[in-house]
Design a protein around this ligand. Structure first.
Ligand SMILES: C[S@@+](CC[C@H](N)C(=O)[O-])C[C@H]1O[C@@H](n2cnc3c(N)ncnc32)[C@H](O)[C@@H]1O
Length: 269
C-alpha cells in the first residue's frame, strides 16, 4: 500500500532516517555489535542503518541488507556490505548464520509476521541477537498548534490511516506485541524500550506522515473514519509553523537466541 516506486518514498525514507536512526543505532550498539560481526538488515529501505552497521563491523565483518524493492539501495555496496533483493516472507534465508538480525518498520506491515520471526530466529547463530523495531500507533500527542482542534484531527488521521493500512495486513499495535512474540519463539534476555521525539511542522518526521497520508488519502476517506475536509484541515494544521507533535512511539525489542537449539515450533523447553 506504500510502494517504494511512489514519488513519496524519498520523503518517507528521509523521515525514518532523521527521526529514528540515532535511537536505532544506540539500540544496536547496546547489543554489542562490533568488529567482525555478521549482520542481516531486513527491509533496509534506503540503507542508512546498513551503512552504519558496515562501518561498525569493519572489514572483518559482513552486512547483508535485503529489501523487496532495492531501488533505494543502489550504489551502497562495498566489500563488507551486500545488497540482496529478497522477500522475507517467501525467499530462502540461510540458517544459523548471523550475529545480528535487525528489521525496523517492516514486520508491522507483514500479515505473515509470526512466520517471519521464526525464519529470522533460525537465521541467527546460537547466541545471536534479533532486534525488531515497530510502532505502536495508539499514542499520539500534539504539543503545540495554532489550530484549536489539532489533537482531534491528528487522532482521526492516524486512526483512518491505520484502518486503511490494515487491509494490507498492517498491525498498528505490533510494537507492543513484539515482546511476547520473541519470548514465545524461545529467545532469551528479551528486553524492550520505546522512543518518541517532538517533530515540528517542517521536520522530516512530520513530512513522513504527510507523505504517507497523501498516498493513502482516498483509502482513508473510504474507511468512513475521516472526511476529505478533515484530512485537508489536518494537512493545513501540520503546515502551520506552530504545529509540533510527538512522533508515533517506536518500540525496539531485542532477544538472543539461546546457545542450545531452538525447537522447530519455536516453543521454549
Ligand atoms: C516502512 S519501510 C522501512 C525502511 C527501513 N527499514 C527504515 O526503517 O528506514 C519498509 C521497508 O520494508 C520493505 N519490505 C516490505 N515488505 C517486504 C518483504 N516482504 N521483504 C523484504 N522487504 C520488505 C519495503 O520495500 C520498505 O523498504
Amino acid at each position: 500500500m506504500l510502494p517504494n516506486e511512489s514519488p513519496e518514498t524519498q520523503a518517507r525514507f528521509t523521515g525514518f532516517e532523521a527521526t529514528y536512526d540515532a535511537w536505532s543505532k544506540a539500540r544496536l550498539a547496546d547489543v554489542g555489535v562490533t568488529e567482525g560481526w555478521n549482520c542481516l538488515e531486513v527491509g533496509g529501505g534506503s540503507g542508512s542503518v546498513a551503512r552504519w552497521l558496515a562501518r561498525r563491523v569493519g572489514m572483518g565483518g559482513q552486512v547483508v541488507v535485503t529489501d523487496l524493492d532495492v531501488r533505494f539501495l543502489s550504489g551502497i555496496e562495498s566489500r563488507n556490505l551486500r545488497v540482496r533483493e529478497h522477500d522475507i516472507v517467501r525467499d530462502e534465508l540461510e540458517a544459523d548464520t548471523f550475529d545480528l538480525v535487525h528489521a525496523r518498520l517492516v514486520l508491522m506491515h507483514l500479515r505473515e509476521r509470526e512466520q517471519v520471526i521464526a525464519r529470522l530466529v533460525r537465521a541467527l547463530r546460537p547466541g545471536g541477537w534479533l532486534v525488531l523495531e515497530d510502532c505502536d500507533m495508539a499514542y499520539t500527542a500534539v504539543l503545540d498548534s495554532a489550530t484549536a482542534d489539532a489533537q482531534a484531527l491528528t487522532d482521526k488521521v492516524v486512526r483512518a490511516g491505520t484502518a486503511a493500512l490494515r487491509e494490507g495486513g498492517f498491525d498498528p499495535g505490533w510494537g507492543r506485541r513484539q515482546y511476547t512474540a520473541l519470548r514465545r519463539r524461545g529467545l532469551v534476555d528479551v528486553a524492550a524500550a520505546g522512543y518518541v521525539v517532538a517533530c515540528g511542522a517542517d521536520s522530516p518526521g512530520t513530512e513522513l506522515f504527510r507523505a504517507s497520508y497523501r498516498l493513502l488519502g482516498d483509502r482513508m476517506i473510504d474507511t468512513g473514519l475521516i472526511t476529505g475536509e478533515e484530512l485537508d484541515a489536518w494537512f493545513a494544521a501540520t503546515a502551520d509553523p506552530s504545529y509540533t507533535w510527538f512522533s508515533p512511539l517506536l518500540v525496539s525489542t531485542r532477544g538472543r537466541r539461546p546457545s542450545t537449539p531452538v525447537p522447530p515450533d519455536g516453543t521454549e523447553g
